[in-house]
Design a protein around this ligand. Structure first.
Ligand code: FAD
Length: 457
């Protein structure tokens, strides 16, 4: 079936085999792979290409993944600073160049308002008309909205509250103390920036992932990549839902390649407290489990480094490799802080670095679980012809990173091609999205792997 464009003024805009929602790197990687297979598709984007990097990231943000790792199907980083970390505007430019060079059929300024099943497959309603298609790829972002706990509503009036998407730079934050809630990559980076700008910072810490920026002379991401840890597959894990909920690592991409951890922050003056448990009468209460949480993060880091050492011993025959290193345990104050009165402490701003979540409010299909997460098996969603990209551990540990889209898009484009082929064949193998029945298997994973075709780069 070929795209048939209709008058933009009429309700129906076009018919196409596949609609991709979102022109971030995930949607564009999928577009590239479908294009290489000759599959007719369109990419609908509510803003601009790479919208999140242009409009939803703070000013100083740099990737925590090194440039040499930044690659998409058909295009790899080719600049002169492979060991550096791109600024957010450089990421946006990289993705925009990718869209241009791969000739992605992107319709910008087109917000998808509803996706629903119809006789032929799916109907996609946008603010600029309706598309009909046989398959849909959801690439609208795993980190579309900041998640803010409900207790935020109980904070005393007069305390400013910001999410990482509202925060741009320290100039926006009133003089005085700041409580940063959350100690993953975002929380640590914002706490560090605010502390350097002269704000007394209190950091509320839940479960986190600690790792050094450099290890034995190489970037930690080099080790994880080389040892295959980033390629670990979703269907090889015992506890997938836990793995999918793991926070981003405490890393910062800086020229100095500095370690960004709780020790570095507290050495700069930050006060470390447990996770926010409650707010009562202007008093924020913190969990008493901070010591345990930090001990667990230290232990997991030691395990990661031991895994790397074991791998290095068998794979690197290089006498010049520096010896194994171990890092100080997280240093915590003797006295636990279990509550703080924000006013009395001069804390004028709270930043909720408490994670992000997708937004599928426009998805009119019965594919969401009780928590609002999409039910899928390695990106093959629980409705025929529906796919998802870019979610944490979608198919591999690296799935939510830019370079993770490459393998995932290859795999899922293969599955999707097989799905469209099956639809074109007459007979009982035909799948019907509206009825929710799948022709060959409801479990996409095995099917996806059988359907994987030659690489599209
Ligand atoms: C703070 C932060 C730092 C990160 N740092 C790194 C890093 O260092 N390295 C790394 O590899 N990854 C990093 N990531 C993870 C990941 O690479 C980014 O989140 C990336 O933006 C995800 O790309 P995506 O294409 O999956 O989604 P997005 O970039 O979010 O793109 C989704 C697109 O869909 C559009 N859209 C959404 N809803 C609709 C709709 N209804 N209709 C039409 N269009 C819609 C959006 O406008 C957006 O352009 C980071 C993420 C965050 C949040």
């Amino acid at each position: 079936m070929n795209a048939a464009a209709f008058s933009a003024g009429s309700l129906q805009v076009g018919t196409v085999d596949v609609v991709i929602v979102g022109a971030g790197h995930s949607g564009l990687a999928m577009s590239h792979c479908l294009g290489r297979r000759g599959i007719d598709h369109v990419v609908l984007e509510r803003g601009e290409v790479a919208n999140a990097w242009r409009h939803e990231r703070w000013d100083s943000l740099r990737l925590l993944t090194p440039n040499w790792l930044t690659r998409l199907p058909g295009m790899a980083y080719d600049g002169d600073d492979p060991d550096g970390y791109m600024r957010r505007d450089e990421v946006a430019a990289f993705i925009a160049r990718y869209a241009r060079t791969s000739g992605a059929p992107v319709r910008t300024g087109t917000t998808v308002r509803a996706v629903m099943a119809d006789d032929a497959g799916y109907r996609v309603d946008t603010d600029r008309g309706r598309w009909r298609c046989r398959a849909v790829v959801l690439a609208s972002g795993a980190f579309a909205r900041p998640s803010v706990p409900r207790i935020g509503a109980s904070l005393p009036g007069g305390v400013a509250q910001l999410t990482p998407y509202q925060y741009r730079n320290p100039g926006q934050v009133e003089a005085g103390g700041v409580l940063v809630v959350g100690a993953s990559a975002t929380g640590l980076q914002l706490a560090d920036e605010l502390q350097r700008a002269g704000h007394p910072v209190t950091l509320a810490i839940g479960e986190h992932v600690r790792m050094p920026r450099m290890y034995r002379g190489r970037d930690i991401q080099w080790w994880m990549h080389a040892a295959g840890l980033l390629d670990q597959r979703y269907d090889a894990l015992d506890d997938l839902s836990r793995a999918r909920g793991v926070a981003s690592p405490q890393l910062i991409g800086s020229r100095e390649r500095a370690i960004m951890d709780l020790n570095a922050l507290s050495a700069g003056g930050a006060r470390l407290v447990g996770r926010v448990a409650n707010v009562r009468d202007g008093q924020v209460q913190f969990s008493g489990a901070l010591r345990n949480v930090c001990a667990l993060a230290d232990l997991k880091m030691a395990r990661l480094l031991a895994t790397i050492d074991t791998w290095a011993a068998t794979h690197i025959d290089d006498g010049s490799l520096p010896p194994a290193e171990r890092f100080d345990a997280t240093r915590l104050p003797e006295k636990k802080i279990l509550g703080l009165n924000l006013k009395r402490e001069g804390i004028r701003t709270v930043i909720w670095a408490t994670g992000f979540r997708p937004d599928y409010s426009w998805l009119k299909l019965p594919v969401l679980d009780a928590k609002g997460n999409i039910r899928h098996n390695g990106g093959v969603a629980d409705a025929p012809g529906l796919y998802v990209m870019g979610l944490p551990f979608l198919r591999r540990r690296k799935s939510s990173f830019i370079h993770g889209a490459e393998d995932d898009a290859q795999d899922l484009a293969g599955h999707l091609a097989g799905y469209l082929d099956a639809l074109s064949r007459p007979g009982p193998s035909r799948a019907c999205p509206a009825s929710g029945t799948r022709s060959r298997s409801r479990h996409g994973a095995l099917e996806a792997d059988r359907a994987v075709r030659p690489r599209c780069d």
